[in-house]
Every structure is written in C-alpha cells, then in structure tokens.
Design a protein around this ligand. Structure first.
Ligand code: GCU
Length: 461
C-alpha cells in the first residue's frame, strides 16, 4: 500500500476528510428524535381537515375561543405598559423576538455562512406591453466548513427596461423562471382564466415595479427529512437539529433576506422599497420574513393560516397539534412541539401556554405596511385557515401600529368582539390592511388592491 493511501483510508473510515455524511433519516425518524430531545412521550393528534371525518376540526364559533385572553403585545414581561416607541423598539420588541425564536420559529445560527450572488443569465422580453430585463441569479452559500452539502439559492429579478431610475420590487416565494425563456420542465405557465386579472407579475411591471422570484426549495426542503440537508443541515454539518434551531419558515425567510442583500447591490432596484409576498405556507414565510428583517418595506401575506396570521389560541380549523405532527413540524423550531405534548417530562402543554401568538408576529412588522389577504371557502380557501382568527390577530396587532405612528384597521381593540368584514370589503386605509377576496386559495385577486395601497404608503408618485 502506498503511503498516501495508508493515510487516507483511516480518514475515510473515520468519516472522511470533511466529516460524516449527512444524517439520512425519514421525517418520522427526525420527528421522533426531536420528541426524545424534548422529553415528549406522546403528542396530541391534530384534528382532521376532512369535515366528514369523526375527528374533524372545530367550526363552531361558540367553542372557538378556549383562550380568550391573548398575551398583550404592549405589556413588558415585568408587567410595565409600553407607552413609547422607544420602549417598543428597545424593550418589548426584543422580548417578542426572543420568544418567537426560542419557542416557535427557531434561531438563525450565528455562524451561518456567507452568500455570494452571481448573475448567470440576462434576457430581454416583453411583459404585457412593457419591455423588461430579466436576470437569473444564483446565491452560492460558502460550504467550505462542510462541502458534503451545497446550497445554491435560485432567484430571478425582472425589472422594466424603460425605467428612468431604480424601481421598487416585490420578492415572491415561488420558482418563477425568466420571462420569455421556456421553463426547465417544458411547461408553459397556466393562462389566466377568462375574465381573471392579469398575473401579478404583469400588474407589477405595468405599475413600474419590478419583481423577484425566489425558490424556497433551493434554500430548505419542505419536509422533515430535509432538516439535515440544505441550509439548516449545512450549518449543523449534516447532524439533526437542536430544539431551538431554525425550521423551514425561518430558513426560507433567511434566504429571502439574502436575496434582499443582492437587491441592495443592484442599481436597477430601489432597495428601500422591496416587499415580500407568498401564499399558504409561503404566506407564513412572507410574514416571518417581514417580521424579522426590518429592511423589507411591505408585505402581502396570502392565505397563511395556522403558523401565519391565524391565532394559535383559536380552536378553529388547523391547530397547533397539526403543526407539531410529523408532516409539518419542520416549518417550526423543535421546541414548538412542546405545545402539542400530551405526555412529557414537563407534563403537557397546549396553545394557551405559548408565550406569544400570531398577533405579535404581525406586530413585529409594524409600522411597515402589512396586507393580510384571504379568499373564500366556497372557492377553496378552506375554513381550515381560520379567516376570523386571522382577523382577530390583525385587530390585536393594531395598538402596536398606532403606537409607532401608523394606522391600523380602524376597529376597536376588542379582538373578541370584532367580526371580519364582508367578502370584497377592503380595509386598506392604514398600514395594517385586510381584504378577503371572493376567489380561492390565492392572493391573485388582491394584487390590484395591493399595488395602489403599497404605492400610497411607500410614497410613490
Ligand atoms: C396545508 C397546511 C396549511 C398550509 C397549506 C399550504 O393545508 O395545513 O398550513 O398553509 O397546506 O401550504 O398549501
């Protein structure tokens, strides 16, 4: 045996030059490992989304509020009332951030590696009647600490070619390709239904905005098996999460923030006017992005439901127990599982034990313009999402917007009493805005309201 091989073989046997291969568990195995780390013996099963199942979710308003008192967004942990913006920024906001990081969404690790962006393709095309420039971007994450995992964030940026200065940009969670370039899967995007609004991308370009499309799957997988891979796995060198490590929502939000780093360096973009948008699980991600990175100027939160704008404390539709099961726990920090525990070394906990709730996630966005959007169950925006519970959260976030000099929904602060407005009634007078359109599980029909509302609050001519 040659000298070099005598040295290499033991190294490979001990796990290779760069450490062990990433753990390759199923979501079920990873989920069980987190239960073990937390001392949880049994979780309560989540209710079913199927209304004819015997264990279906509650849809009776009479029993929907088992925990009618929310943690007060404007009371410090020491009991003192928050009466000035300075108290909010220096004391209360950091308390809420810490609670969300430790108990709900997890922390972005301190040693998360640097991202370097490259433009890999530039095209010109027409969107509607306007010429645009499209750039394909790749954000390479430095993986020298663990080369067995590589993370390449995919984003496209499209801006009007005839703009006379930097333009505002909406970043959207999705996998949108370059305009005029055949998508990799060979499928053309679906044509809008007759009578439907033009696609959001076309509406934005027509109003002088640009848009960026960031691919969440290129940041972190949408499943528990992926938690030892992609960005979460890279930082942990392929090992499973600790309880307060980040979940996919926080990882997607981190990726969006790195996308904003790129936009700050691109002269076509007015980086002080970059918004974030997503629907459903990506609606949750959009809200998390806006809440944690104050550089984002505006958000469109589409049909986000449980884990997004919906109150965890509501007993209506999707519940905390659905998010703690093995199909969705990866969105959250491991610690969040405690709140679904039926039997554990610490006893049991439920939604009422959470130190924070969704109204405080919305409050972290204040005073920046925050538009909460839903559709209707008849068209597929399921009752499961809890529209009323999301409205209550928005009402309860109102006092924080007002303290910071912004306008809220303009209702009373009594979130237990306020009922959401009728379908298609816009509540867009303030920086905190609400609209339930008459379409399905999409924010498509709300873009034509969102764009002028955002223009007004971002002070665009
Ligand atoms: C499921 C899940 C929701 C989620 C939705 C989606 O319905 O329960 O929490 O928002 O999927 O992302 O489409």
């Amino acid at each position: 045996m040659r000298a070099a091989n005598r040295w290499l073989i033991p190294v490979i046997m001990a796990g290779g030059l760069f450490g062990q291969q990433p753990t390759n568990w199923t979501a079920g195995e990873d989920h069980q490992n987190m239960m073990d780390q937390l001392g949880i013996k049994a979780l309560r099963p989540g209710p079913s989304g199927n209304e004819s199942a015997p264990n279906h979710a509650n849809y009776d308003e009479a029993t929907a509020n088992p925990f009618p008192v929310l943690p007060d967004a404007l009371t410090l942990k020491n009991g003192k009332k928050v009466t000035t913006p300075a108290m909010w920024w220096n004391q209360r906001r950091p308390e809420i951030v810490e609670d969300f990081e430790r108990e709900v969404l997890g922390r972005v690790p301190k040693n998360v590696p640097k991202v370097t962006w490259t433009v890999t393709n530039t095209v010109t095309a027409m969107i509607g009647s306007r010429p645009v420039i499209g750039k394909q971007l790749v954000g390479h994450v430095d993986n020298s600490s663990y080369p067995l995992i590589s993370v390449e964030i995919q984003m496209t940026l499209v801006t009007p070619a005839d703009a006379t200065g930097p333009v505002p940009v909406m970043m959207m969670f999705g996998g949108g390709g370059l305009p005029g370039v055949a998508p990799a899967n060979g499928k053309a995007p679906p044509a809008p239904a007759p009578g439907a609004d033009p696609p959001a991308t076309q509406q934005l370009i027509a109003h002088g905005w640009g848009y960026a499309s960031i691919n969440p799957g290129s940041i972190q997988a949408d499943n528990g098996a992926g938690l030892t891979k992609a960005i979460v796995g890279l930082v942990n060198k392929g090992q499973p999460r600790k309880p307060d490590d980040w979940g996919s929502l926080r990882a997607w939000a981190w990726g969006a923030a790195r996308g904003l780093d790129y936009l700050e360096a691109d002269k076509a973009v007015d980086a002080k006017k970059v918004g974030i948008e997503g629907v459903s699980r990506y609606g949750k991600a959009a809200l998390v992005t806006m809440a944690f990175d104050t550089r984002f100027a505006v958000v469109l939160v589409g049909s986000s439901g449980e884990g997004g704008a919906k109150l965890h404390r509501r007993n209506w539709g999707e519940a905390v127990e659905n998010l703690t099961g093995s199909g969705e726990y990866h969105w959250m920090a491991g610690t969040f599982m405690k709140y679904g525990a039926a039997e554990a070394t610490f006893g049991s906990k439920n939604a009422g034990d959470l130190p924070v709730d969704a109204h405080e996630l919305i409050a972290l966005c204040a005073p920046r313009p925050t538009f909460i959007s839903y559709g209707v169950p008849e068209k597929g925006d399921a009752k499961w999402l809890d529209h009323q519970g999301s409205y209550m959260a928005a009402v309860a976030a109102g006092p924080v917007f007002r303290l910071l000099g912004a306008k809220d929904l303009g209702t009373s602060d009594d979130y237990n009493k306020e009922k959401m407005p009728a379908v298609n009634v816009s509540m867009l007078d303030g920086q905190l805005a609400w609209r339930q359109h008459d379409g399905g599980h999409t924010d498509g029909p709300n873009w034509k309201y969102f764009i002028p509302w955002a223009d007004k609050f971002l002070k665009r001519p």
